[in-house]
Design a protein around this ligand. Structure first.
Ligand code: NOJ
Length: 567
């Protein structure tokens, strides 16, 4: 391991708070969240104790995929405000000692980007090679699967030049051709533009897909979406591009980088983040996000749910990969997945509070950089829409159309989306028990969850010292006080226990014991004999703790979380 000063980094010690601008706070009454809304909430954000803000895309976009289809990388979407609002936001964050990480979406852009308009206009266009084209005279291109296409087909025929273009996401998100050095230079210049404005880093959208194998080989007929994803993540030039990006851009700044990396596995993890390779700082893997999904599928739930033993294994295996090199990122949800407490905890009235705070405890006592999605601090839950008309997400809407065309069971799909749908995470932030949860004075672009009238709002939780919000703040400050919770070695205890997740974190002389009861039962948990200590000091718990004189047996209530320091 490198020397301590080299090893310690702000982006390892920081807690990240992800803001989905469209749903955070509307300041104009048009029903869409905006930058001024975030500026108005800066003191709240600071009060959480977090250090780094990741903003989902705020660039100009026709919003086919809520901003992940960018039509101008250097301007701000009018719905969100102006460049001067962005600059004020950045200043406001920096004045409060917070960093800003922007979304970098460069696997694809919008079909309304000037580059694509030019590219599709003629085979001789200057920008023709900014995209992947397959001339129709060569026949139908080799099959590629697309996430959002109604026919799941990633090639779209375009009449003007009698050719197909590649789009791993929607037809309005053509993939950029990274094999073209002129395109890469444009992207690097654009990254410099944002760094010069003062941003502190980038979260890189589907970065594992950048490099494409050419000339587009045939793939097995029966490939599942999962198999396509692994193939997409193994483009032959990927690491050359990441290294080039590091040399051309990143190394000139004290930047944080986190790649979104579907298809990346434990086996090739270090190729991205081993410091000596000079590529990325961290990435998001998808092993946890796949845990409760149906076999070979990306968005469909497995009716059998998930097992705690498998959950532990994912976190333990990934911790081990980065034990000596690289660094991990920890997340339980984001704008693409259902709500944390609904998915990994329990959102019934009886267990919601403990389950929410247990999950706060978990993420904040693991090794790696923790990422919290806005609203999770107050335990926002899945909205579980009943009708397709209520959905706004292209992913849900296009899958529905696909199933409709195939004559499949649409009700079953709606039931599945109640747990799997991305819009569960995109409902407006619940600030208060007022109309529209204080998000907007107008009509919100997507419905507000009714439970803002109960316990799930910032306002109600500010007034309750036992609320998830207050617990979140306490837990963040505990992580800050104990550097061992950031860097300490992680050791899983009792891997087969299907109710309790227990582990040790050790750093120099400090040892912490974390016990999390993921079940709805009150139980007695006995520590294995090998774990030696004579006394312990309670650091935090989300429920009443029974004093234990033997220091070996613990009573854990449903979804109780306990952190001890071992003495
Ligand atoms: C991942 C983003 O997080 C998601 O929201 C988006 O739809 C796809 N990449 C395509 O950009």
């Amino acid at each position: 391991m490198s020397t301590e000063s080299n090893y310690r980094k702000w982006w390892k010690e920081g807690v990240v708070y992800q803001i989905y601008p469209r749903s955070f706070q509307d300041s104009t009454g048009n029903g869409i969240g905006d930058l001024r809304g975030i500026i108005n909430r800066l003191d709240y954000i600071k009060s959480l104790g977090v250090d780094i803000i990741w903003l989902n895309p705020i660039y100009e976009s026709p919003n086919d995929d809520n901003g992940y289809d960018i039509s101008d990388y250097r301007s701000i979407l009018a719905d969100f405000g102006l460049m001067k609002d962005f600059e004020e936001l950045l200043d406001g964050l920096h004045q409060r000692g917070l960093k800003l990480v922007m979304d970098l979406v460069v696997n694809h852009c919008s079909d309304e980007h000037q580059w694509f308009k030019s590219s599709r206009s003629s085979r001789d266009s200057l920008h023709r090679d900014f995209y992947h084209w397959w001339p129709a005279e060569k026949g139908v291109p080799p099959k590629r699967w697309s996430y959002f296409d109604v026919a799941s087909n990633a090639w779209q025929y375009d009449e003007t030049t009698d050719a197909y273009y590649l789009h791993y996401f929607s037809v309005k998100q053509p993939d950029l051709n990274w094999e073209n050095p002129a395109l890469r230079k444009e992207i690097y210049d654009m990254m410099h533009f944002w760094f010069k404005k003062g941003v502190d880093g980038f979260r890189m959208d589907v970065i594992s897909f950048l490099s494409k194998e050419k000339p587009y080989p045939q793939l097995p007929e029966n490939y599942t979406p999962e198999q396509y994803i692994s193939f997409y993540a193994k483009g032959p030039q990927l690491h050359n591009y990441l290294n080039e990006m590091h040399n051309e851009v990143l190394k000139h700044y004290d930047a944080m980088t986190v790649g979104e990396a579907p298809g990346v596995t434990l086996e090739n993890a270090l190729d991205f983040v081993d410091e000596d390779r000079e590529e990325l700082n961290m990435f998001f893997h998808f092993d946890l996000m796949g845990l409760d999904r149906a076999e070979g599928e990306v968005f469909k739930m497995n009716p059998n749910g998930w097992k705690l033993g498998e959950f532990k294994k994912v976190f333990s295996d990934w911790d081990a990969v980065f034990a000596k090199k690289g660094w991990g990122s920890l997340f339980l949800s984001n704008h693409d997945f259902p709500r944390t407490v609904s998915r990994w905890g329990n959102d019934t009235a009886e267990h919601w509070r403990n389950a929410t705070t247990l999950l706060h405890t978990f993420l904040l006592t693991m090794r790696g950089t923790p990422y919290f999605y806005n609203g999770d601090e107050i335990g926002m839950t899945n909205i579980r829409f009943e009708n397709i008309e209520e959905y706004r997400d292209i992913n849900t809407i296009n899958k529905y159309k696909q199933l409709q065309e195939l004559g499949e069971d649409l009700q079953e799909f709606i039931e599945d989306q109640k747990e799997a749908g991305r819009d569960n995470a995109r409902t407006p932030m619940q600030w208060s028990d007022d109309i529209n949860a204080g998000f907007t004075t107008g009509t919100p672009w997507i419905s507000v969850n009714e439970n803002h009238r109960g316990k799930v709002s910032v306002k109600v939780q500010e007034e309750d010292q036992y609320s998830p919000l207050q617990y979140f703040r306490k837990m963040v400050s505990i992580r800050k006080e104990h550097i061992g919770l950031v860097y300490g070695q992680y050791e899983l205890i009792d891997s087969n226990n299907e109710q309790v997740y227990a582990y040790l974190r050790s750093w120099n002389q400090d040892r912490f014991l974390v016990m999390l009861n993921f079940s709805t039962e009150t139980l007695t948990y006995s520590l294995p004999k090998e774990i030696n200590y004579n006394a312990n000091k309670l650091i935090i718990s989300n429920d009443r703790v029974r004093d234990d004189k033997t220091y070996k047996e613990f009573m854990l209530r449903p979804y109780q979380a306990v952190v001890y320091k071992l003495i």
